[in-house]
Write a new protein. Structure first.
Length: 211
């Protein structure tokens, strides 16, 4: 069975959450009220990002300029991508983050050819529009990451999952193997979900090499 590495972006590949940085910089302050609703599971991620980024009126270039030099990439990302290429593992980023900044950051790293699935973003004067389109081409309000785990499994892949957040907890349950940090690690430990902790992404590489 072939191996596929499904990796989150914000807080996993990056050390900080790019979308939260942009919302802090450009949205009205009450976006954090929406975040609280999302963290308390009163709204889904699709509704959260749609409503929160609807408060952002800045254009794409302004937003990309704002993150330059502000986003730290987790140590070992380049090594992880190289290792997957060497071993013939399919490496895929599946993120609740927004496509425009993920693509820009990957391009800056010289990794623009990585397969990526994220929220589709449109910019207009009324506010930034965000949509999640699932593997079947239909719009989703929730379950974006797990939809891709299930797709990859149907394609015959053994899915290794790497993540950090609350939204990674459900897709991680479907994976063959889980690498976790931060909130996902706490969730796994609390709920007895088998996982392997990491701080740097080189930790993931070392674990994969020895298994």
């Amino acid at each position: 069975m072939e191996t596929l590495i499904q990796c989150d972006f914000d807080g996993t590949i990056t050390e900080n959450d790019v979308s939260y940085f942009l919302l802090d910089s450009f949205a009205r302050r009450d976006w954090r009220r929406l975040l609280q609703e999302y963290e308390n599971h009163r709204i889904h991620v699709g509704e959260f990002n749609t409503r929160a980024f609807g408060m952002v009126k800045a254009d794409k270039q302004t937003l990309l300029e704002a993150i330059k030099g502000k986003i730290k990439i987790r140590a070992g990302f380049q090594e992880l991508v190289s290792y997957c290429s060497m071993r013939g593992y399919r490496f895929v980023i599946v993120s609740n983050g927004l496509d425009f900044y993920i693509e820009a950051i990957l391009k800056e790293l010289g990794l623009e050819n990585i397969e990526t699935h994220a929220a589709q973003t449109s910019f207009c004067p009324a506010g930034t529009e965000v949509r999640y389109i699932g593997p079947d081409g239909k719009q989703l309000n929730d379950g974006f990451k797990e939809a891709y785990v299930k797709l990859f499994q149907k394609q015959g892949y053994r899915v290794v999952y790497i993540g950090n957040g609350d939204s990674d907890s459900l897709p991680a349950k479907y994976a063959y193997r889980v690498f976790a940090t931060s909130d996902l690690l706490a969730y796994c430990r609390k709920n007895n979900l088998v996982c392997e902790p990491f701080t740097k992404l080189t930790d993931v590489v070392k674990a994969l090499e020895t298994s």
